[in-house]
Design a protein around this ligand. Sequence first.
Ligand code: M6R
Length: 611
Amino acid sequence: MGYTGHRPALDVVLEGLRRLEYRGYDSAGVAVLDGEGGLAVERKAGRLANLEARLDEVGRDTLTGGTGMGHTRWATHGAPIDRNSHPHRDTTGRIAVVHNGIIENFAQLRAELEADGVELASDTDSETAAHLVARVYDGDLAAAVRTVCRRLEGAFTLVVTHVDEPDKVVAARRSSPLVVGVGDGETFLASDVAAFIEHTRDAVELGQDQIVTITKDGYEVTDFHGEPVQAKPFQVNWDLSAAEKGGHDYFMLKEIEEQPEALANTLRGHFADGRIVLDEQRLADQDLRDVDKVFVVACGTAYHSGLVAKYAIEHWTRLPVECELASEFRYRDPVLDRDTLVVAISQSGETADTLEAVRHAREQKARVLAICNTNGAQIPRESDAVLYTHAGPEIGVAATKTFLAQIAANYLVGLALAQARGTKYPDEVAREFRELEAMPAAVQHALGTVDQVRALGRELSDSKAVLFLGRHVGFPVALEGALKLKELAYMHAEGFAAGELKHGPIALIEDQLPVVVVMPSPKGRAVLHSKLLSNISEIQARGARTIVIAEEGDDTVKPFADHLIEVPAVPTLLQPLVSSVPLQVLAAEIARSRGYDVDKPRNLAKSVTVE
Ligand code: M6R
């Protein structure tokens, strides 16, 4: 974060870091310029609270001034210790830099600096930027940063200050996020708008390879060669309350409860005059008619939403759909051409693996449609079209409401394809949409299981491992349930296609091992239902403790369930929207019972902007 304006920079930056901490929490640091040649820096490994304790120790009045910067780190180069924390300074202590991303040619730059006699104080790639700026600085900080950026390879957001220009902060951006907040007599820089939403909703999007200089009166943007650039202003369409816990113990629980609203907002406005309307997308109907193959690329939870989408899109459009981990996609030379539609799903719109997959697809002339929750993020900017999920800010590192919103958005894409290609009659499309529209109420109903599931979570909190089983769309739900448990409760968890169990994983079953089974509806896909009952019998016979998520009124399942969690009956393809809810709550509660920070699990960060 960067700030210059009429308030004490330290207060503004610390408040901003509090709101940005979910993006990285290995260490935190601040720098403040006093305007009289002084630059004070404090940094501390660990959570922001450690930095605040350190500030109390040294006295906050040692960092006074109206210009400053701050950083919370997710470590890439160098362990999360004090000296690797940002901001970094040059050897004279007059320049301060914070950096996100990875400077890929840092080893060469570091060697060059060392050969010049510069002693580096940290193990990071980031520190090199401070020394490089110092070497070329000639009274114009923006010019120096531009010169340095032209030498840097990789992905970076840099924020830089110099004591000789105390009323300015200069920042640069390549493939890592950076937005400007425009206030009254104050200007902000941050990785996302949450950092300054308390002060202003007027923001400016920066593009690739751009440099911005902020002063209290405004901002100026150029490219890396100094050419002026017209940046795009936008209004943030949510307010501070959306980024606060609102009486909940942790953000994740609040976000789980916000799922009906997230779904409703994502669907709103997408059906008019009897047609699916994807108004934010720039692909013509003819483009959709020409599509002969769909790839869905994404990571983590977003990937699981893509796995769910595969079932629906293939069923509705009869197009082949492959869902692939973005980090694998471009390295295996996928067969792509201009009739391939690549759907890139990303909550943040910043995930480096997904961004690189998008770039690869576009180089191969495929058309890319992004599904994203962050206005103006890099992935939608580089895609041919975008469909936004309007889930609001998601602060908990574990994705919840954006998972459901992504499924809904994927379904809109599937229905739009079916409509354009004529594989569904208009009344069928309308019926599918109406069923989707009924989902916020169904998810609200599913939230009625929260207390029961929290109690179960407490009971299971000592387990060593938990397995998750599902078939058809229940399989990606099982994968997602296992991911949630791994990332939050640090517990061994695996999701399996239930039919695959007998081909190996059944050897894992032992007495009292909890196994969560995501049941399909007995009405929708009767054959799947009976096969899954057989799979449960097989694990029960080997001592498993079964936790069964099933449709309300499905009595046949009762003898198979040590714990039965009932969710409302909905059409088969929509079941993931209700059956995921108890799995999210289960993971959060097990994590809480084990004493872990539900919103900030260890080793993780909300946005993964490195490959
Ligand atoms: O921002 P993205 O949707 O691209 O993030 C992708 C994954 O990193 C993300 O879904 C991650 O798996 C979740 N935080 C897990 O809960």
